[in-house]
Design a protein. Structure first.
Lengths: 318, 324
């Protein structure tokens, strides 16, 4: 069981992600967010449970649905928001946007919008750890849809044969855009694929922070001790559509309602209270702090300048 | 005449070809009844033709094209959709080493009647992985044909030609073209590859433009006309084969050419067109060739950055004035 401090930290992270994402959604409605967005609402327990096991010098790779990964790894909300708003003060100076946030100072190796492209990059970071002889680990996040890319199979095999310190985190939210998992896979548990590469694979309730935490704890422990990679499948659900305009009508109402009941946040809060780790007052105070931090991020983002047009020409080469 | 959007014109071509020929089928990510394609081009087709002929695939671009190649060399006419042009990169081996070379490498024993439809283009703030224009890569691969329609009329007619032909065709659309409207006849028609259109005639300079840039070039030409400058606008419609004669003919007439494309300048489509003019019409030029293209950067996210790198009416007008 994680320490009280860890538990509260994870609760704080899921709240930070939830409030942040709801705010992005709101700003989107006010036409302040250019392009498109893929919100992490509903999946917070995965990023929080995984990243609570990582040190600052450990690595993660991320996806188009990556705000939550950044936040859980410890990114500055203000710079994440500024990037999403296309401002000069954002993590990538406005060049990346919502789908491409990176913060190398905390081991966040970047989000790619090419589905499945982050998986081998995570393995490469794992190889680098091996060659440099450190005890870091890397967690690579990707979706159920991504697990049908060749990169998933090629990468896990490589990490397996070289026993690299990689945790493959598959966030199975049951859909890839409008495509149900069952339309594109014969199996129910993606973690079963681990067998084919000779590594451990576990399926956990991705809406249960503790379940994700514990599975990752084992995987990180093995990775740090040179025992190789693990595939962790977290069953979860996105509360909103895939992106910007998606009303998600392809999902049965009953299914949506079922999953909304499994919302990770009230579940974890109830659990913490049941364990007498969090009083009502503490919970309220914590949430207020989070709300303020998100407000501050919005203020920072919206008040920041846009980059000058010619900055488009910078950074093409080192 | 009846007007259709570019999106609807494409759909009509797909639909009519599927009715006409049972071997025509579609495959791609989210093209079926649940999503109807990222840009809704295939809307209603799964309902009409069934999930067998309008096939939702896993997110596996390399296999999508490979599977289409396999079907194409064994009697079918697949039309594969790659959701964004940037993602053709995941299928480069199947496109450039397999589809493109099978006819040649196997001594002409078989053909690859395959169409790969995909949208290019920037302008909607979706950053470096969803906004590129990569036409030149495929022009550089012998064995592939490359179509790039700029209007609903061309979209329908060229897509029909692509589907009926026996060569692999890279069929490039542009995100910003899908909602534009234009006249499209109701009857069955095809448009030959390799025949450019003179969109408007002019005397003072030629603008060569492709895809969405055709519309920006036309807007620039209109503005220039008000200023007493008469510009001829040429749309090649297909890049392979490329209608060299149309370009040369126009240059002979105007003595000046501005080449406008949305891809990067270095080794881009514009470089090839400039080379053709330099090789075959140099003597007719009264001014150096001018290119208006993307500077050599990835497409950035933030609106001011993105707008800076995409050619626009102003940069086109400026370029025309520079060659006059
Ligand atoms: C290689 C590639 N193919 C297709 C797309 C378009 N696309 C973006 S997100 C997405 C679905 C991804 O599903 P999944 O991996 O399950 O992640 P989720 O969106 O559910 O988080 C698709 C098909 C893409 N960006 N990259
Ligand atoms: Mg998914």
């Amino acid at each position: 069981m994680p320490t009280k401090e860890k538990l509260i930290e994870m609760y704080r992270q899921i709240l930070r992600i939830r409030h942040f994402e709801e705010k992005v959604y709101e700003l989107y409605g006010q036409n302040l967010v250019p392009g498109t967005i893929h919100l992490y609402v509903g999946q917070e327990a995965v990023a929080a449970g995984v990243c609570a096991n990582l040190r600052k010098d450990d690595y993660i790779t991320s996806t188009h649905r990556g705000h939550g990964h950044c936040i859980a790894k410890g990114a500055d909300l203000r710079k994440v928001m500024a990037e999403i708003l296309g401002r000069k003060t954002g993590y990538c100076k406005g060049k990346g946007g919502s789908m491409h946030i990176a913060d190398f100072s905390i081991g966040m190796l970047g989000a790619t919008a090419v589905v499945g492209a982050g998986i081998p990059i995570a393995v490469g970071a794992g190889l680098s750890i091996r060659l440099r002889g450190t005890d870091q680990v890397v967690a690579g996040f990707f979706g159920d849809g991504a697990s049908n890319q060749g990169t998933f199979h090629e990468s896990i095999n490589m990490a397996a044969i070289w026993s690299l310190p990689v945790i493959f985190v598959c966030e199975n939210n049951l859909y890839a855009m409008g495509t149900r998992q069952s339309v594109v896979m014969k199996i129910e548990n993606i973690a079963d694929r681990a067998v084919a590469y000779g590594i451990p694979g576990v399926t956990v309730d991705g809406n249960d922070v503790l379940a994700v935490y514990e599975a990752t704890e084992d995987a990180v422990d093995r990775a740090r001790h040179g025992e190789g990679p693990t595939l962790i499948e977290c069953k979860t659900y996105r509360h909103k559509g895939h992106s910007r305009f998606d009303p998600a009508t392809y999902r049965p109402k009953a299914e949506v309602e079922e999953w909304l009941k499994k919302d990770p946040i009230p579940r974890f809060k109830a659990k913490l209270q049941e364990m007498q780790m969090l009083t009502k007052q503490e919970a309220e105070k914590l949430e207020q702090e989070v709300i303020l931090a998100v407000e501050e991020a919005v203020k920072f983002g919206t008040e920041s300048p846009f980059p000058a047009p010619e900055e488009a020409l910078e950074n093409v080469y080192a | 005449m009846r007007e259709l959007t570019y999106r609807d014109a494409l759909r009509e071509a797909l639909r009519e070809e599927m009715v006409r020929d049972k071997t025509v089928f579609l495959l791609g990510e989210d093209i079926g009844r649940y999503w109807s394609g990222a840009f809704k081009v295939t809307k209603g087709l799964a309902e009409e033709f069934g999930d067998e002929r309008v096939r939702d695939t896993p997110i596996s671009e390399s296999a999508i094209i490979g599977v289409a190649v396999g079907a194409a060399i064994t009697g079918m006419r697949p039309v594969a959709e790659i959701m964004f042009g940037d993602l053709t990169t995941l299928a480069m081996d199947q496109i450039c080493n397999q589809a493109a070379k099978i006819c040649y490498m196997f001594g002409g024993q078989t053909t690859v009647p395959l169409v790969v439809r995909t949208p290019f283009g920037a302008g909607v703030n979706i950053a470096s992985h969803h906004s590129q224009s990569l036409e030149a890569w495929f022009m550089h691969t012998p064995g592939l044909l490359v179509a790039a329609p700029s209007t609903p009329f061309d979209a329908k007619g060229l897509l029909k030609t692509a589907i009926r032909g026996n060569n692999p065709v890279m069929f490039f659309e542009h995100k910003l073209l899908y909602p534009i409207k234009g006249e499209v006849p109701e009857d069955d028609y095809t448009i030959p590859f390799g025949v450019a259109d003179v969109k408007i005639e002019g005397e003072d300079a030629t603008i060569f433009a492709t895809l969405y840039m055709v519309h920006k070039a036309l807007a620039a030409a209109n503005e220039l006309r008000k200023q007493g400058i008469s510009v001829e606008v040429i749309d090649p419609k297909t890049l392979v084969p490329l209608d060299k004669q149309a370009i040369i003919k126009s240059v002979k007439k105007t003595g000046r050419i501005v080449i406008v494309t949305e891809d990067c300048k270095t080794a881009g489509v514009s470089a090839e067109v400039a080379a053709i003019v330099a090789e075959e019409a140099l003597d007719y030029l009264d001014a150096p060739i001018k290119r208006v293209a993307e500077p050599d950067t990835p497409i950035p996210f933030s609106p001011p950055l993105e707008q800076f790198v995409i050619p626009n009416e102003k940069t086109i007008i400026k370029a025309v004035k520079e060659v006059l």
